[in-house]
Design a binder for this molecule. Sequence first.
Ligand SMILES: [Zn+2]
Length: 250
Amino acid sequence: MTTKAPWSDGRLCYGGDWNPEQWPPEVWREDVALMRAAGVNLVTVGVFAWSRLEPEPGRHTFDWLDRVLDLLHANGIRAALATPTASPPPWFSLRHPDALPVTADGVRLTHGSRDTYCAAAPAYRDAARSIAEVLAARYAHHPALALWHVHNEYGTTCHCPHTEAAFRRWLTGRYGDLDALNDAWVTSFWSQHYSDWAQVGTPHATQYLANPGQLLDFRRFWSDTLLSAYTEQRDLLRAANPSVPVTTNY
Ligand SMILES: [Zn+2]
């Protein structure tokens, strides 16, 4: 069994997401047999598996993923192993309500779907690094591992107090002082002049057209925030095994 990446032999990588944690293990062998028949040589696993990998805070259950990766390896199929940080488990949301996202309308969202987290909340970032670290420690040298798939579809925004504080820090770094920010955002228009940093927030829902400078800077700031959430995972995955590629998706 080769341990080279699927693309290293010139073959096209062919496959897709596989979510075996969502159905019984008895089906897995049939799944893999069908993959082989279809010529699949690479599958993404674990994208939304955080609650199955860490059902309680700090208690990890890797037995099922061990079986999945061993089964793939035995069948010559490589894995793009995901860090599951796009969807924290219910226990995380209950324990850290301040890490639940707030919409532009000021509504604090609750658990029940996917992507329900705030990338600027320290508790979320800590938990995300933690689960990525334990995955790296366990699987960085697994023979089925072709690459790491960090998170999934970065993009979810937030307007919570953590985000607003981080936005003000980012703006301070960009403009230095409020005079420069007032100039850049042309706040002489419509009585928007800021006299204290505490008055500066994220672009919440507002009465009429929002300040375009504020909107643009919020997008720049959030891009930087998501990029830092990605790179901190990338760096610890690379540290565990520098030869394994790391990527993400949109
Ligand atoms: Zn937030």
